[in-house]
Each structure stands twice: as structure tokens, then as C-alpha cells.
Ligand binder design. Structure first.
Ligand code: ZN
Length: 376
């Protein structure tokens, strides 16, 4: 009965096609979406061995960060063609491929054909012994974030819960020696994972935090560290382009704190009795089209903070970090992001660290590590 119903629903011009769903099958070839990290993108079979996937966001309007992740399986050596249809955006992320949960590598250019307006992309895939996956970036899912707790052991706590009840985990490494109440400016706050597809931002977070944790544990850094690597676990799990499960852009929620993920951070700072002026540096990690540091305007910081920031930027420039990375003073009118709120309300030196969408992972990591080592 279901098959009969499906056959009645086939649009004219499509061959042997099932109803739109998050799975397509053609003979022995299967395409699956809608699993961990993968949105349930509508899939249709348009010809033998040819599938079409709609790449659509969780809500509109939305920033154009068209994430995709899907799995294809079938007889080894068989060809499978997959067309990505961008419903409200254009192709942005070059496809990556992996087999059997192994390492990700870029899909060869000879297997990618992009329409002139970049709204349609054809992928020619060859199946392996095991299922292959295709993704917009090498997937950095919940298990990768969970593994950070053994990368930097000790001091982890649950700061709060996401909309869907996932923990917002934070590592707190107290200042050493303990701060007298009067000294202030003795914490460094690192934030990440607000926008799910921005995987290079997660690499940058890891490398920056690695260096900061090492420095603190060796006594080279007296400030305490607060690491919140993943603010949007629901979005990561659901394969969202940008928003949390409440369909809110978390990095536009910092002034009003309507979402539990942002409230978790605010409450954590409150529990630690951190006052405005106590955070010397706040870095929020993201990824965008190019490597960039979004910096406060010169007049947004107190003179001593501005001097400290300038000294850091000069040190980074002297190490050649800005041959690729572009420091930019941001539009002072937008005051809702983490950067703006930690500048305005917490009097921190706050910036957004943007890794480039297509910057090699090793470059993203070495740049972030060097930046952290140069903070004085
Ligand atoms: Zn972002």
C-alpha cells in the first residue's frame, strides 16, 4: 500500500523515484541523512544511481552556512551521483569524504561540478568496501567535543543545559595563586561551538586552549582559565547551519540572554564570583570565508587594555601571523555578540577569532597556538 501511495506521488519526469524522505535507495545503493550531525535533508532519486538532496536551513532568514552530511553505501566500485540543491543559499563548503569512519580528505575537484550560479552541485562518487560519508567540513561532532575532557583533564563542570537538555560543559582552572578579591583581571575565557558548521573554529579553539592550559599548568600564566568549547550541542547534533534548537543565533543573544546556553555561561561566571573587570581576555572562536580577528574599536577599551591588546597584535604580526590572518576593527553598532558583551559589560579585551573555511587544519592550529603563546 505504501509503495502504491509512493508511486502515485512521483512527480512527472522523475524515474523510479520514492517519496521525498531522508533516505534514498536504488538497487543496492543507499543514501542516508538525518543521523547524528546530519540534518534530515529531503532526498529523491532522479535517475538510476542518481540522487538529489535539498540542502535547506533549519529556519529563515539565516546566515549562508549551508551544512551537509550524508552517507552512501552499496557495492564496492559502483558509481553514485549526488546532486546538492541549495534551496536558499549557494555552495560554500567544499566536500570532504571518508570511508568507514576513517580520516576525512577533500573530494577531488574532478568529482565536483558546480552550476554557474552555485546553487546546484553534482558530485560523482565511487563507493568503497564500507559506507562513505560526504560532509561540508570534516565532522567535529559531540564525541569530539566530549574527548576534550580527557585532552584537558580535571575541573570540568556542567554550567547549564541546552534547549534539548544536553550539558553545557566548562573547564575551570582557577588562577594560581588564588586571586585576592581586589586584584581583578585574572581570568581568560574561551568560547566555542556557537555555530555548528564552523569546524575550523573548533580546531583553533583546541590549539589555543592547548597552549593556554600548558602555560597555566607550567606557571607561565597566572590567569585562571574558563573553557566552554561547545555552546550549541543541539545544533551540532541536528546538523544545523547556525541556530540552536530554539532557532536562535546564540551569538546574537548575549545582551538579552534568552537562551539557556547563554544563561549557562552567565550563571557560571556568577557562581565563580567573576565581576566586570576580572576577565582580562575573552576569545570567541568561529570560522568564516577568511582568517580574521574581529577586534574592538580603539575607543571601546580602557587605555591600559588597549595598550595590552596592541602589544599582543604587534607580537603576532612580528611572528608573521597576519600574513594570512586579517585583523579588523568591527562595526561598533552591533552590540549583541559575545565579543561586544564581554567588551561592554565585562570590560574584557574581547575578540572573535575566525578561522578560514578552507584554511588547512595545520595552519589554523599553528596560528591559534602561536597567538596563545604570545598573550602577555
Ligand atoms: Zn560563527
Amino acid at each position: 500500500m505504501r509503495a502504491l501511495l509512493a508511486s502515485l506521488l512521483i512527480p512527472a519526469g522523475l524515474l523510479a523515484c520514492g517519496p521525498v524522505s531522508s533516505a534514498c535507495t536504488d538497487g543496492g545503493v543507499h543514501l542516508i541523512t538525518g543521523y547524528s550531525g546530519s540534518a534530515a535533508s529531503p532526498c529523491v532519486q532522479t535517475a538510476p544511481g542518481h540522487f538529489e538532496l535539498d540542502i535547506a536551513p533549519e529556519a529563515e532568514p539565516i546566515n549562508p552556512s549551508p551544512w551537509y552530511l550524508f552517507q552512501v553505501s552499496g557495492p564496492a566500485g559502483q558509481a553514485a551521483n549526488v546532486t546538492l540543491n541549495y534551496t536558499v543559499s549557494r555552495h560554500r563548503y567544499r566536500p570532504w569524504v571518508r570511508e568507514a569512519g576513517g580520516h576525512w580528505s577533500p573530494l577531488g575537484d574532478d568529482r565536483i561540478e558546480t552550476s554557474q550560479d552555485e546553487t546546484v552541485v553534482h558530485l560523482s562518487l565511487e563507493l568503497g568496501q564500507s559506507p562513505i560519508e560526504i560532509a561540508a567540513q570534516p565532522v567535529y561532532g559531540l564525541t569530539r567535543y566530549e574527548a576534550l575532557e580527557s585532552r584537558w583533564p580535571g575541573g570540568w563542570q556542567t554550567a547549564g543545559q541546552s534547549v534539548e537538555g544536553r550539558p553545557i560543559r566548562a573547564l575551570v582552572l582557577s588562577p594560581d595563586p588564588p586571586t585576592p578579591a581586589t586584584s581583578g583581571r585574572s581570568w581568560i575565557l574561551l568560547l566555542g561551538g556557537q555555530h555548528p558548521p564552523e569546524v575550523p573554529g573548533a580546531w583553533a579553539f583546541e590549539a589555543f586552549a592547548d597552549a593556554m592550559v600548558e602555560r597555566q599548568r607550567s606557571g607561565d600564566l597566572s590567569a585562571g582559565l574558563i573553557l566552554v568549547p561547545l555552546l550549541n550541542p543541539d545544533g551540532v547534533e541536528a546538523g544545523h547551519w547556525r541556530l540552536n534548537a530554539g532557532l536562535v543565533d546564540l551569538n546574537r543573544d548575549w545582551t538579552t540572554a534568552t537562551q539557556p546556553e547563554i544563561q549557562a555561561v552567565v550563571r557560571l561566571l556568577d557562581r565563580l564570583d567573576i565581576q566586570p573587570g576580572d576577565i582580562e581576555l575573552a576569545v570567541d572562536f568561529h570560522a568564516t570565508v577568511a582568517d580574521r580577528l574581529y577586534l574592538p574599536q580603539a575607543d571601546e577599551l580602557a587605555p591600559d587594555s588597549q595598550e595590552r591588546l596592541d602589544a599582543w597584535l604587534i607580537a603576532m604580526e612580528a611572528q608573521g601571523l597576519f600574513q594570512h590572518t586579517e585583523p579588523r576593527r568591527t562595526n561598533p553598532a552591533r552590540r549583541v555578540s559575545a565579543k561586544a558583551v564581554f567588551t561592554d559589560e565585562w570590560q574584557a579585551i574581547a575578540l572573535t577569532w575566525e578561522a578560514g573555511d578552507h584554511t588547512p587544519e595545520a595552519t589554523v592550529r599553528s596560528t591559534a597556538r602561536q597567538g596563545a603563546m604570545l598573550w602577555e
